[in-house]
Design a protein around this ligand. Structure first.
Ligand SMILES: Cc1cc2nc3c(=O)[nH]c(=O)nc-3n(C[C@H](O)[C@H](O)[C@H](O)COP(=O)(O)OP(=O)(O)OC[C@H]3O[C@@H](n4cnc5c(N)ncnc54)[C@H](O)[C@@H]3O)c2cc1C
Length: 466
């Protein structure tokens, strides 16, 4: 959003290590961005002669040929080497069905402004299902179809009551909570880039940006589950190849993680969504990264590389910087924050809609309080109606299907599924007294079966988490 020459420090080494400190140094964000560059009148001419392409590569001549060349790896192996890849669940729609290009990017921006989605953004941004809970501008930004300045100025005009969106809430009323929150997130994007510039290759270091301090910290992730060739630094090539390097204990765990078969439903729903659509929400990403690094105790870079391979909005700084942050080796002042995916599901998927959308095997799990069951037909397979009350204890079975009653597992045909019979991790959690004292917990310990929750939950993501 802000220009690299407009930073409040002379040298990149002076970039604050804490986002909030940096943010305060550049606020008010609404005053930050420079004018957008004008649209060029013409493109620079092509070079007079294009050398012929040497085999085996071919330059496609049409858009269709280009698309099929790009998609060839998917067509050749859409399983990505997974023995049990997910397939598209009936009735579920992608949260990211957009096509690329500048025109599509401008249309999306225009839709967000004129539909009021920008104004509502602060309240909806933690959603996981649907088209408009967040802007879905990341891929356009990262590919270069759109700039953060263009987003800022479109919102600015809206706030000033100029241009489109006159029927949307917030038009002409200066900065709204929603537009301010979008600027806040775009500043995270700037900050991740600046961190990359400051720390260079440490972006890929298992010990993160603060590698020297972190090496001394026994609580932080280690690279013992990777062989030396992988644990040195950085990453290489698509995941399918690097699975060959994983040791015998790690490989089956990581494979089940990738395929969405861990047994923690929020994580599995997100990873299946990712593999099928190339997108998953920020809320889900935070949970997935925390699950891999803290609950499974794996090297966070495995997850970062899997994301790099699949994300439609992949961006080197945002991806690796966020993975570091959640894994507790990045620039998070609250190092080692850990998300409880059961509590997070209860908070952000309180009707189980997201889990049911991507884990069709669980659509028959009964959620409605017993007094409603049987009285209104089998509503559970379609969701929960407005008048029905959800039993939170039953929701816990949806979020961790190993904990469902045996007879329900048999009835739903769940017996024999690895992720139901043998979850990679069982997360202790109980519902205590109608929404309070839900056993909020901080995960202690690393690796399978060694953790336990205690105290209040860290990582609710409501503080300064991106
Ligand atoms: C483990 C993990 C991996 C991630 N990998 C990527 C990645 O490869 N590419 C990527 O663009 N984002 C990444 N993010 C950040 C964030 O999840 C996505 O930018 C966001 O979900 C994209 O959807 P959106 O455009 O609807 O976001 P919105 O919520 O609408 O946010 C608006 C814009 O702000 C920026 N933004 C939002 N959240 C963040 C954040 N946490 N860090 C930096 N910028 C942010 C993005 O440019 C986004 O388009 C990652 C987050 C996590 C936790």
């Amino acid at each position: 959003m802000s220009h690299s020459r407009d930073q409040p420090f002379n040298h990149i080494s002076d970039l604050p290590n804490i986002f909030t400190t940096y943010r305060k140094s550049v606020e008010p964000l609404r005053n930050c961005p420079r004018e957008s560059q004008p649209r060029p009148n013409q493109l620079p001419p092509l070079p007079p002669e294009l050398p012929p392409q040497a085999g085996p590569f071919m330059i496609p001549n049409t858009l269709e040929d280009l698309k099929s060349a790009l998609l060839k790896p998917f067509a050749d192996d859409s399983s990505f080497g997974l023995p049990e890849p997910p397939s598209w669940p009936a009735g579920t729609l992608s949260a990211h069905p957009f096509t690329g290009g500048e025109t599509a990017a401008q249309e999306r921006l225009s839709h967000l402004i004129s539909s009021g989605a920008m104004t509502r953004y602060k309240a909806t941004r933690n959603g996981m299902l649907g088209l408009d809970f967040s802007t879905k501008l990341s891929a356009y930004l990262n590919i270069g179809n759109l700039t953060a300045r263009q987003i800022h100025w479109a919102m600015f005009n809206f706030e000033e009551g100029r241009g489109e969106g006159e029927n949307a809430e917030g038009y002409g009323r200066a900065e709204t909570e929603g537009t301010a929150a979008v600027r806040f997130e775009l500043l995270w994007r700037d900050y991740m880039r600046l961190c990359t510039r400051k720390y260079g290759n440490k972006l890929f270091d298992v010990h993160g940006f603060r590698s020297r301090e972190n090496e001394q910290n026994p609580k932080l992730p280690n690279s013992t589950n990777l062989p030396a060739s992988q644990s040195q630094n950085t990453t290489s090539g698509p995941s399918k190849k690097h699975w060959a390097y994983l040791d015998q204990n790690t490989r089956p765990i990581f494979t089940r993680f990738c395929a969405g078969r861990t047994g923690a439903s929020l994580i599995d729903a997100s990873n299946r969504e990712l593999i099928l659509t190339g997108y998953t929400s920020n809320r889900a990403r935070q949970n997935v990264a925390s699950f891999l690094s803290s609950h499974l105790g794996l090297d966070w870079r495995l997850g970062a590389e899997w994301y790099e391979f699949l994300l439609i909005d992949y961006d080197v700084s945002n991806n690796w910087g966020n993975w570091q942050y959640v894994a507790g080796v990045g620039n998070d002042p609250r190092l080692g924050r850990t998300f409880n995916p059961v509590k997070q599901a209860l908070d952000y998927d309180p009707k189980g809609e997201y889990v049911r959308a991507w884990l069709p095997e669980l659509r028959g799990v009964k959620l409605v309080k017993d007094k409603f069951n049987g009285s209104k037909g089998d509503k559970d397979t379609k969701g929960v109606s407005e008048t029905e009350e959800i039993d939170e204890n039953k929701l816990l079975g949806l979020y961790q299907p190993w904990s469902l009653p045996e007879e329900e597992k048999v009835k739903l045909g769940l017996k024999g599924l690895d992720w139901v019979d043998k979850p990679l991790v069982k997360i202790p959690f109980s519902v205590g007294g109608r929404g309070r004292g839900r056993g909020n917990g901080e995960w202690r310990g690393r690796g399978r079966g060694r953790g336990r929750f205690r105290g209040r939950a860290k990582g609710s993501g409501r503080g300064t988490a991106p």
